[in-house]
Design a protein around this ligand. Structure first.
Ligand code: PMP
Length: 385
């Protein structure tokens, strides 16, 4: 009999929430028109867009002017980092000292590398277990001077580690960019995150459609526009907005906030059940996540197994898991985050991420843990032959 398919890859993408889908379709069907047009259809579309903006602003405790709709977090990270660096370096009249961590997403490290190539000084803070920024690394960098700009994630997409953002209190006047993509909806919203000058979210990690995200730009932030265009959204992100995507995202964020505590509790139970079921089959694995990390995320290393076989073998057993960041999983390279956390190239390659969504049941988590256990046992047998 064919096995039911189990997908545990919520940190890469989440299934759309049925109410969000309804809101998206409703706005798309009933509010046509360009929100910048001055006729009635345009004004009605603009009404939907601005209602969504206000609702997001309420959730993120800021004014509606500070909310910019984007196509997703990659765009948001680029607009924020390149835009702030441009404005700050013009103000200071010199290259900037920018801090980030080795555990950041490529959509943060990418623009920062571009800035480094232009002459800015980039400090990559070292990380320890699970990719958590190490105290020693932070203190060493702090002993060398005050940064002009800091870019750090709230939580890591691969291991689920929650970064010690309270450390930023040491630099209260340094502009801070926060990639909050993985924390929102999984962790309680925290002032350490909300204090960011620029903050980024992505719809498709939160049961909203792909192709929409948020960039919150504080009124205090010094930022230049890096895209030329029609001047929409304060010029920071010119281009015609989608009222329907904005309405869908506003609802998705509201639901995610409402469900955060329940989700965290259920996801934590799924983690336990999954690990117990896996342990019943094998204990030949190492845990890269931490108990204080994202409640829905596990990251496991099966040392000695050929990483190139691990995911396809799981897939063949109806188990959709990930090697880390979906954006780079097509590449054969082992995870840079796990390597920065101290794992060897081989062990990084032999690692999988398991991430649960709001629909995952404990029964599915149990079945998933057992199926993964059986799969790796078979692979270990082959490796020993
Ligand atoms: N930051 C983090 C932490 C992520 O996990 C992702 C998605 N993998 C992104 C940024 C990029 O998001 P998007 O797909 O919306 O561009």
């Amino acid at each position: 009999m064919a096995q039911s398919r189990l997908s545990f890859d919520a940190n890469a993408d989440t299934p759309i929430h049925p109410l969000v889908l309804e809101a998206w379709v409703d706005a798309e069907q009933n509010y046509p028109g360009n929100p910048a047009s001055l006729h009635r259809e345009g004004r009605r579309a603009q009404g939907v867009l601005e209602d969504a903006r206000s609702r997001v602003a309420r959730l993120l405790q800021c004014s509606a002017k500070e909310i910019i709709f984007t196509s997703g977090a990659t765009e948001g990270n680029n607009l924020a980092l390149l835009g702030m660096a441009d404005a700050l370096s013009e103000q200071f009249g010199r290259p900037l000292s920018i801090w980030t961590s080795l555990a950041e997403h490529p959509s943060v490290l990418g623009p920062l590398r571009m800035l480094q190539q232009k002459g800015h000084l980039l400090t990559l803070l070292p990380v320890g277990k699970g990719g958590e920024i190490s105290n020693e690394g932070w203190e060493k960098a702090a002993a060398e001077g005050t940064p002009d700009l800091i870019a750090l994630q709230w939580a890591n997409n691969e291991t689920g580690v929650v970064q010690p953002l309270h450390l930023l209190q040491h630099f209260p006047s340094t502009p801070f960019h926060c990639d909050a993509v993985q924390g929102f909806g999984k962790l309680p919203l925290h002032t350490d995150v909300l204090r960011a000058e620029t903050l980024v979210l992505s719809g498709h990690k939160l049961y909203a459609p792909k192709g929409v995200g948020i960039l919150r730009v504080s009124e205090m932030a010094l930022i230049h526009t890096i895209l030329g265009g029609g001047g929409q959204q304060n010029g920071v992100r010119p281009g015609t907005e989608s009222p329907a995507l904005a309405a869908a995202l506003a609802l998705a964020l509201e639901l995610a906030m409402e469900e955060q505590r329940t989700f965290a509790k259920k996801a934590n139970q799924c983690r336990r059940v999954f690990l117990d079921a896996l342990h019943e089959k094998t204990s030949r694995f190492q845990e890269n996540h931490t108990s204080k990390g994202l409640p829905n995320t596990l990251n496991l290393t099966f040392s000695g197994l050929d990483g190139r076989m691990l995911l396809p073998a799981c897939d063949a057993q109806g188990l959709g898991l990930s090697a880390g960041s979906a954006c780079s999983s097509g590449a054969p390279d082992p995870s840079p985050v796990l390597q920065a956390a101290g794992l060897s190239r081989e062990d990084s390659r032999s690692s999988v991420r398991i991430s649960f969504d709001r629909n995952t049941t404990k029964e599915e988590a149990h079945e998933g843990g057992a199926r993964l256990g059986e799969t790796v046992l078979r692979l270990y047998e082959i490796a020993l032959r």
